[in-house]
Design a protein around this ligand. Structure first.
Ligand SMILES: [Zn+2]
Length: 112
């Protein structure tokens, strides 16, 4: 696990406790970075990309936000996000607002 990335182990969404599994290894699809299993209330986040490299901290957080949006969308039954590109855009922008306003501190590795 990369220094500075510490994700909570559970998150409550609506009345449900979702387990957050990080780091998660996607054996079935190496290009998968995150997944929300609404049936068993589990959010899975990869720490490595498809080529086996450690993912950037920012990417891990964006993926977590992305999967939270899916979980919220499914829990409410609203289906607000009718296409994946909207989830991608909102997760990137929510991450930007949280970090640039100092609400989410992300420790990036120091440059040598
Ligand atoms: Zn998605």
């Amino acid at each position: 696990m990369k220094d500075g990335i510490s994700l909570p182990q559970t998150v409550k969404i609506a009345g449900h406790d979702f387990k957050i599994r990080y780091p998660y290894i996607f054996r079935e699809a190496v290009d998968l970075w995150g997944q929300c299993d609404h049936g068993i209330k589990e959010i899975r986040i990869a720490s490595i990309d498809g080529s086996g490299q450690e993912r950037a901290a920012s990417g891990v957080y964006v993926t977590l936000i992305h999967e939270l949006l899916h979980a919220i969308d499914q829990s409410t039954g609203q289906r607000v996000f009718t296409d994946e590109s909207k989830v991608v855009a909102f997760s990137e922008m929510i991450y930007q607002v949280l970090t640039d306003n100092g609400w989410l501190k992300v420790d990036y590795p120091k440059m040598a």
